[in-house]
Design a protein around this ligand. Structure first.
Ligand code: SF4
Length: 315
């Protein structure tokens, strides 16, 4: 469904030096593929480049290197006009259920917006789709004339998902969609999405900073750090035999994954600025097992198994 090869996506931002711009390398040389009906979970701390990656794949931000294939079409250099018919098939749900819904529109106008833009179906056919998607998201018909401010965070996020799914996409990007929700709402949203995915063979790119959430929903997992994928593999490979020190630390700091809290590995300090990435291995300033080579030499991705890759000198 999706093949990404050596993708780079940078931003130009105002520099402290007069009349200069700094280059922020948000996504660096990222490669992976997602099959039909498969979920790739992307995990990493805030600032690791997860959301930039999602936006770059959907061509919502500039691409500076590499290639993106969607259903065997190279869409890397597609114009806005060429992307328009694909927008219906490639949907994104954003993190914040408060800012992502227009407060001046009714729920019906919000959910139907994309369908009205992309579909030539009759009004009655659209109504059938609306009813179906509301049911799937456990939302009642009587919400349609109401406004976003009347709903809780969990309900708003289900409305956001309904807006994305009414177009019956084949590929969906879910960007931190449960991070603003409490645990019971998280579980409800994840289960609804999981059920929809199974019934409709949806391919999903699911982004979260929470390894428990990622481990629940994903078939494959990519771990990102400062714009790069540092470990990639099937869910079972990452959970049972994580290889990269950063992945091990993420597991260690995840309460459910390590309830006994024995052998807890501690990470030092905060994630460095994307504008000032360390030399060599980007993780060396925080890695508990870093050696001299890590400061000078970028580790190449190593094949641990046919499907499991780790970018560490000591994997
Ligand atoms: Fe740690 Fe070195 Fe491996 Fe980077 S390459 S993760 S610094 S051991």
């Amino acid at each position: 469904m999706i093949v990404v090869k050596n993708l780079d996506s940078f931003y130009k931002i105002k520099s402290k030096k007069l009349f200069k711009k700094d280059i922020l390398k948000a996504v660096e040389s990222v490669s992976f593929q997602i099959e039909k009906g498969e979920t790739l979970g992307v995990v990493g701390e805030s600032g690791s480049g997860k959301s930039s990656l999602a936006r770059a794949i959907l061509k919502l931000q500039e691409i500076h290197g590499g290639e993106i294939f969607y259903k065997n079409q190279n869409i890397t250099n597609f114009s806005k006009k060429e992307m328009f018919p694909l927008r219906k098939e490639m949907q994104i749900i954003f993190q914040d259920p408060y800012s992502s819904l227009n407060p001046r529109l009714t729920i019906k106008e919000i959910v139907m917006e994309g369908l009205n833009l992309h579909s030539k179906e009759s009004d009655s056919e659209k109504e059938v789709k609306l009813k179906k998607v509301l049911e799937r998201m456990s939302l009642k018909n009587d919400i349609l004339d109401r406004y976003p401010h009347e709903f809780s965070g969990g309900q708003r996020q289900r409305i956001s998902i309904a807006r994305g799914l009414i177009l019956e996409p084949e590929f969906l990007v879910a960007d931190e969609i449960v991070s603003a929700l409490d645990v019971s709402n998280q579980a409800q949203v994840l289960n609804l999405l999981q059920n929809y995915k199974k019934e409709n063979d949806l391919s999903l790119l699911f982004i979260s900073h929470d390894l428990n959430v990622i481990s629940y929903i994903s078939d494959k997992i990519a771990v990102m750090y400062l714009g790069k994928i540092v470990e990639f593999g099937k869910k079972s490979e990452i959970i049972k035999s994580a290889s990269h020190p950063y992945t091990k630390i993420l597991f260690s700091s995840s309460f459910k994954m390590n309830e006994k809290k024995k052998n807890k590995i501690k990470v030092v300090g905060e994630i460095p600025s994307v504008l000032n990435k360390p030399s060599g291995c980007y993780f060396h300033t925080r890695c508990p097992i870093a050696k001299d080579i890590c400061k000078t030499t970028i580790p190449e991705p190593k094949q641990i198994s046919k499907t499991h890759i780790s970018a560490c000198h000591f994997s």
